[in-house]
Design a protein around this ligand. Structure first.
Ligand code: ADP
Ligand code: MG
Length: 321
């Protein structure tokens, strides 16, 4: 990849809890290229949303970024002032939050909600902002006249498209989508993802796409990173990752999802439970659930390692082969 748009280096994020300091994101590094769709997958609680929030520096106590760099077009946004950061959000990187469609303000019309974002971040007059909002509605296939409606007057799928339209308002270079379609039924999910894909082709932004639905993800991303217990454990092209996984955890995920096409096979899944981050074992974090674990897995310090031009894994059984 030439010239990544985003480079995350050794990102660490901690939560201070009554039970102790929990490192929810541990030494995570990856790049997203210009115009690329990068997927982040893994079981609930593995740290996906915590990574996403870091890219906008949206953490509030008890969470804090305890280390690492987030380079956007080569600049470390960790060094930006708060004021610089608030100009950066929406304009450079915008975000569609988990269950955002339920976070639209129920007592304000969509016009108010669009104009609020647009006028806060640009010099547009009210009239210009309304024109822009009407244009955005049409981009997501909603008639401009609906701008005067309230959120409850739209279907779930339309509300999700409205949220995406707000994220597009300032022509950002990257959009983070955290479980953007989880609350929707399968048919509507697919329609929305197709729409997002078409918009990406038209406007050229890159996407960080988060979901726990891997079969959906392989269809809509270029590359995928898999997280386990706060660590990135594998990165590979979407086309290859489920067919030829290099990490036993990815292998387990691959056998937990039904293929979209081809013969039906029995799903096996992954035995055991996700790791408690307060009880991190020595060695590989996946050892207790791994069918391939050897003695060496219990004291290895495994780091994500490049094993081919476009493949990374942290499984030392693989990297030391
Ligand atoms: N408000 C919080 N207080 C304490 N710990 C938290 C909080 N939010 C998240 N965590 C910790 O961070 C981990 C990762 O959470 P999250 O990023 O939301 O995971 P994901 O999005 O992959 O489901 C959780 O397993 C939990 O240990
Ligand atoms: Mg999440």
């Amino acid at each position: 990849m030439t010239d990544p748009q985003l480079s995350i280096r050794n990102l660490c994020v901690d939560y201070i809890t009554d039970a102790g300091d929990v490192r929810a994101v541990n030494n995570v590094s990856f790049d997203i290229g210009k115009g690329e769709v990068f997927g982040l997958a893994g079981e609930s609680g593995c740290g996906k949303s915590t990574v996403a929030m870091s890219l906008m520096r949206l953490h509030k106590p008890p969470a804090f970024i305890s280390g690492g760099e987030v380079l956007f077009n080569g600049e470390d946004i960790m060094k930006y002032s708060d004021e610089h950061m608030s100009r950066f959000r929406w304009k450079e990187v915008s975000m569609v939050f988990q269950s955002a469609m339920n976070a639209l303000n129920p007592v304000l019309t969509m016009e108010e909600q669009f104009c609020d974002v647009i006028m806060r971040h640009t010099n547009m007059t009210r009239e210009q902002a309304v024109r822009r909002a009407e244009g955005l509605l049409e981009i997501v296939d909603i008639h401009a006249s609906r701008l005067r409606d309230f959120p409850h007057q739209f279907s779930g799928g339309m509300r999700q498209r409205l949220v995406i339209a707000i994220a597009l308002a300032l022509n950002p270079k990257m959009i983070i989508m955290d479980e953007p379609t989880t609350a929707l039924d399968v048919v509507v999910q697919r329609e929305i993802l197709q729409k997002i894909h078409a918009l990406k082709e038209e406007f050229g932004f890159s996407i960080l796409f988060i979901t726990h639905d891997l079969s959906l993800m392989v269809e809509f991303t270029d590359r995928i990173g898999i997280m386990y217990a706060g660590q990135l454990i594998e990165v590979a092209p979407a086309k290859e990752i489920l067919k030829n996984p290099y990490h036993p955890y990815t292998e387990g995920l691959a056998s937990s999802f039904p293929p979209l096409t081809g013969p039906k096979t029995r799903l096996t899944g992954i035995p055991g439970n996700p790791l408690n981050l307060l009880e991190i074992p020595q060695g590989c974090r996946f050892q207790a659930r791994c069918g391939k674990a050897k003695d060496s897995c219990f004291n290895v310090a495994n780091t994500l390692t490049q094993v081919e031009s476009n493949r990374f894994t942290n499984c030392h059984l693989f990297t030391n082969k």
